[in-house]
Write a protein that binds this ligand. Structure first.
Ligand SMILES: Nc1ncnc2c1ncn2[C@@H]1O[C@H](COP(=O)(O)OP(=O)(O)OP(=O)(O)O)[C@@H](O)[C@H]1O
Ligand SMILES: [Mg+2]
Length: 266
């Protein structure tokens, strides 16, 4: 019997409606209907120019924004836009900037406890144990429980954001440019952490990333957006070595130029 894909996106689209002059409405389509699937333990990278709709697609997948049309299925089951409880058990999002994503007035223990107290029946002792276990899972220590976000480094903050995403044991983690802002050594630590958690927990990732070396290293599939449409989609090695679209070719060319420039410089 064939199993349903872990994530199935069917004709999903998002329009933003804003008010124009004289009570007129301006409709901006952030992305036109897209359909794709993602299997267990796999990573999908969403790439594309600025304004092509990447963040909006990530937010609609994560339920931060409702879709204009279309459906999302997880394990064959349709997730309704307002079913936040089910969605956050299955799918969690990590935002771009760890420096603003964590509440500076809460210590890390409180930050990680919140999703548990909102979504589980665990008692305070069980919640504390799970928080410490999750801190250890992302390479932080039990002591960090009492630290405030401003007391730790950007890389450690991104680990806390990852711990917050992991704490309800989701199947899918969505990350919007969560890696590209980190400096190179921290970036490779976080990438290795993501890969080892994927192997251990069978997680699937949807990552918004424009760094070709990161995308090559961690993704199995790529969707390249252009002006809200899918310009190209397929296995990473295929899209990144033999792109068929104008946008795909440009991406590869920019990367090769940058690579040449870096190797010349070093
Ligand atoms: N809240 C909003 N209201 C109106 N239009 C919006 C809103 N958010 C995004 N848009 C528009 O939707 C389009 C897609 O934006 P989005 O942020 O998804 O792009 P992106 O690919 O993530 O870009 P970047 O690489 O710069 O982050 C853009 O034209 C943007 O101006
Ligand atoms: Mg964006």
């Amino acid at each position: 019997m064939s199993r349903a894909p872990l994530l199935k996106v069917d004709n999903l689209s998002k329009d933003f409606v804003t008010s124009g002059r004289w009570f007129s409405k301006i409709i901006k389509t952030a992305f036109h209907p897209v359909s794709f699937t993602l299997e267990r333990g796999q990573t999908l990278a969403i790439m594309g120019d600025s304004g092509s709709g990447k963040s909006t697609l990530a937010k609609v997948l994560a339920g931060v924004l409702p879709p204009t049309q279309g459906s999302i299925y997880i394990d064959g089951e349709k997730i309704e836009p307002d079913d936040d409880k089910k969605r956050c058990q299955l799918l969690r999002m990590i935002f771009q900037d760890p420096n603003t994503a964590l509440n500076p007035r809460s210590h890390i223990g409180q930050i990680l406890d919140l999703p548990l107290s909102l979504n589980t029946q665990l008692n305070p002792v069980e919640r504390r144990e799970l928080v410490i276990e999750t801190l250890n899972m992302v390479g932080l220590l039990a002591e960090h429980y009492h630290f405030y976000p401003q007391m730790i480094s950007t890389g450690q903050k991104q680990r806390v954001a990852l711990a917050r995403a992991l704490i309800l044991s989701p199947n899918i983690i969505i990350a919007d440019e969560a890696i590209s802002n980190l400096d190179i050594s921290v970036r490779s630590q976080i990438i290795n952490l993501l890969l080892s958690l994927q192997e251990r927990l069978g997680l699937s990732y949807v990552i918004v990333a424009n760094d070709l070396s990161v995308v090559r290293h961690i993704s199995d599939q790529v969707i390249l957006l252009h002006d809200g449409h899918i310009a190209e989609a397929g296995p990473t090695h295929k899209v990144l070595t033999n792109p068929q679209s104008e946008q795909g070719l440009r991406l590869l060319q920019n990367y090769n130029n940058e690579y040449r420039w870096h190797t010349k410089k070093n």
